[in-house]
Design a protein around this ligand. Structure first.
Ligand code: NAD
Ligand code: UFG
Length: 342
């Protein structure tokens, strides 16, 4: 197939572009590089010996989208483009609603005008809010996300549901990611956050390499097995492969589908630190800090629906995530900033 990947230079996008190229799809990437580097795609080419066409631009630029759809026969869109920093979304809500919600609307308008109706959308477990019971299945009602970022994801899901209800030509996958982690085993592509990381694994990695002094563990008084927060960490390569399975499924079965992409297993923050220390052979100094506003105690998936309907399941475990995260970090201590872009 010919696939347009928005946000394809980013962390999950670049890993998915790699899998798409290896599966012999033709790929066009649209990314404004607001949170990424085009080097990721050069590295993908190095690994796959195949090239995605890279276009630098914004999903909110309708004229550009129209030009892309008229110049290329696109069969489906995999839509990663968006902003994702929870704290920043609280400070700058309009920027988040504009990029994420308005951007997705513009993209769907351009798709419909071009007669392209297959869409895979990056949603998030954040749409479940703070559910009472674990694991979280897709039948669990969506809750109240605690920040504008989370609300933007839920708004887009609702918009896409309305679209699919109004026009049967749409075939849409809402993929609710749990916590993406790790990197491609080559060590050539990975997560390269600008500035101080917000998420646990990039933070731990930068402490282990000596860029940051110590990790703050946000709360040790949650009702969990060691008091720290539990999450369902999923290897980014497994996650990327889930997108290919979802693409196959929406070609076969039109309509709108929701799939959790997780492993079904939760780990605490302290377990993550211990696993990283073991995989890297480096100590990760940490201190217990107050709870972070908006965090929930635990969150892990029931991944059964994706397995039944997509034939996909995560196969890589915690050790793979940590080994691969460390390989990426140790080979690229400053992420993509190590190498000047051409
Ligand atoms: P990322 O920031 O690495 O990738 C997003 C990409 O989109 C970046 O390359 C950025 O430059 C690009 N982009 C942003 N706004 C754009 C715009 N208006 N036009 C064109 N390009 C734009 O983030 P990621 O971790 O790869 O996340 C990809 C998607 O998955 C996002 O939609 C994110 O919200 C979602 N998601 C991520 C996580 C996570 O923990 N990483 C969890 C759940 C959902
Ligand atoms: N944590 C720390 N110290 C840190 C960073 C995180 O103790 O420096 C803890 C958090 O309190 C939490 C766990 O590590 O218990 C994971 O935190 P992350 O920030 O890595 O991830 P979140 O679960 O908070 O959120 C992530 C993404 C969201 C997404 C959500 C569900 O950031 O965008 O997963 O997919 F919505």
């Amino acid at each position: 197939m010919h696939i347009l990947v928005t946000g394809g230079a980013g962390y999950i996008g670049s890993h998915t572009v790699l899998e798409l190229l290896q599966a012999k799809h033709e790929v066009v990437v649209l990314d404004n590089l607001s949170n990424s580097s085009a080097l990721s795609l050069e590295r993908v080419e190095q690994i796959t010996d195949r090239q995605a066409l890279f276009l630098e631009g914004d999903i909110r630029d309708r004229a550009l989208l129209d030009r892309i759809f008229s110049a290329h026969e696109i069969d489906a869109v995999v839509h990663f483009a968006g902003l994702k920093a929870v704290g920043e979304s609280v400070q700058q809500p309009l920027m988040y609603y504009d990029n994420n919600v308005s951007g997705s609307i513009t993209l769907c308008q351009a798709m419909a005008a071009a007669g392209v109706f297959r869409l895979v959308f990056s949603s998030s477990a954040t749409v479940y809010g703070d559910p009472d019971t674990m694991p979280i299945a897709e039948t669990c009602p969506t809750g109240q996300p605690t920040n504008p970022y989370g609300r933007s994801k839920l708004m887009i899901e609702n918009i896409l549901r309305d679209l699919a209800a109004a026009d049967p030509r749409w075939s849409i996958a809402l993929l609710r990611y749990f916590n993406p982690a790790g990197a491609h085993p080559s060590g050539l592509i990975g997560e390269s956050p600008h500035g101080q990381p917000n998420n646990l694994i990039p933070y731990i990695s930068q402490v282990a390499i000596g860029r940051l002094q110590q990790l703050s563990v946000y709360g040790d008084d949650y009702p969990t097995r060691d008091g720290t927060g539990v999450r369902d960490y999923i290897h980014v390569v497994d996650l990327a492969q889930g997108h290919l399975a979802a693409l196959d499924a929406i070609v076969r079965v039109p309509g709108i589908h929701t799939w959790n992409l997780g492993t079904g297993t939760g780990y605490t923050v302290l377990e993550m630190i211990a696993a990283f220390e073991q995989a890297s052979g480096r100590p990760v100094p940490y201190a217990i800090a107050p709870r972070r506003a908006g965090d929930i105690a635990e969150c892990w998936s029931d991944p059964g629906k994706a397995h039944r309907e997509l034939g996909w399941r995560a196969v890589l475990g915690l050790h793979d995530m940590m080994t691969d995260a460390w390989r990426w970090q140790s080979q690229n201590p400053q992420g993509y900033e190590d190498e000047p872009a051409n």
